[in-house]
Design a protein around this ligand. Structure first.
Ligand code: AMP
Ligand code: MG
Length: 335
């Protein structure tokens, strides 16, 4: 018995040492952004490899530029019906629903307009208003024909679908589902600023997620979460300036012009990445007043809005998980 003590001790040391090692961090570029998957547990390395492959697979299916993608096929089908894989059908159906719910402020058919402004190439310009109104004629989402049984879609020849506003959120959901199926109980994914989590940290504490400062460095707030997505749309993410005016990458789906309202960023906190991603874009376009109305009619998510005059709005249920790290001009609790 006496002799077993050193063996037990070294076993414990070995176990603890290997516990500390049971973590995998994987970073890569996908969907035009930088992604980091941090998973804990015995199978973290293999699971992260599979999750990365899953995100690439999804990108190959919904990319607007990759010639083999389902969305590319729809956009180049000359009006013919195209049967989609679930990976494309699911986010497309969701995006079209959001277009209906927001009466077209969110609109997954804006690609030709956004391209005209140069946001797809980085060669920016302010188009003639006549060009914008002509292109807007081809963005009527109510004309898209979805067949839920066949999982097919048909759009007019002059239209283009773009799932850019929901793709990363959907990718997060797919990666989370895959990691869970592989037994991962603790993970945090950062998909280009969209944060999605599984469970809590391995030590049982909550994940900390920072809300980016739109007016400077660092974070203006922190959120403690578990099993949730924290998804932000910010005007600061992509924009260009011309003649002293700023044009951001988030567009008013009804006018075809970059949004010019009081919002600096919208953060959505909810279970689903797809919901969070579509809502962050939609509520940004809506502006504060409409966004609050929208939330009051649904209440199935939380939100945090930062406005250009450095005011913070947040829904009351976030109160216990929120730490404020910035001297705001004003703070409003939404309930
Ligand atoms: P996000 O960063 O998730 O807010 O998504 C912004 C991206 O979605 C943009 O870069 C555009 O590709 C696209 N987008 C911009 N405005 C809209 C809109 N009103 N409805 C749908 N997609 C949009
Ligand atoms: Mg979005």
């Amino acid at each position: 018995m006496k002799n077993s003590t050193p063996v037990l001790l070294s076993f414990l040391i070995f176990t603890c040492f290997s516990c500390a090692q049971e973590k995998d961090i994987r970073s890569f570029e996908a969907m035009n952004t930088f992604m980091v998957l941090k998973s804990y547990g015995r199978k973290s390395v293999r699971s992260n490899i599979l999750a990365q492959a899953r995100i690439f697979e999804l990108e190959d299916c919904i990319s607007v530029t990759k010639k083999e993608s389902d969305i590319f096929k729809v956009n180049n089908a000359n009006g013919a019906e195209i049967v989609l894989q679930e990976d494309a059908f699911c986010p497309l159906q969701f995006a079209l629903n959001m277009a209906g719910e927001s009466e077209g402020l969110f609109n997954p058919l804006l690609y030709p307009v956004i391209r005209e402004w140069g946001f797809t190439t980085g060669v920016y310009k302010v188009p003639e208003s006549s060009v914008i109104s002509a292109l807007m004629q081809n963005t009527d989402y109510t004309t898209v024909v979805l067949d839920k049984k066949k999982k097919s879609v048909k759009i007019r020849p002059d239209m283009m679908i773009d799932l850019g506003a929901v793709g990363k959120g959907y990718a997060g959901d797919c990666a989370i589902q895959l990691l869970r199926a592989n037994g991962i109980k603790s993970a945090i994914l950062d998909l280009g600023g969209n944060v999605q989590t599984i469970g809590k940290k391995p030590d049982g504490s909550l994940w900390s997620v920072g809300i980016k400062n739109p007016w400077g460095e660092g974070s203006v707030a922190g959120l403690k979460i578990s099993d949730k997505a924290v998804i932000t749309s910010g005007g600061y993410e992509r924009f260009f300036e011309q003649d002293g005016k700023r044009y951001i990458h988030i567009f008013d789906g009804k006018t075809g012009y970059p949004v010019e309202n009081e919002i600096s960023s919208v953060t959505i906190v909810c279970k689903s990445g797809l919901l969070g991603d579509s809502l962050s874009t939609t509520l940004f376009v809506m502006g504060v007043e409409k966004a609050i109305d929208f939330w009051q009619n649904r209440r199935d998510f939380d939100m945090l809005i930062l406005t250009n005059d450095q005011t913070l709005f947040y829904t009351k249920t976030l109160e216990t998980s929120l730490s404020i790290l910035y001297q705001f001009n004003d703070i409003h609790v939404v309930e």
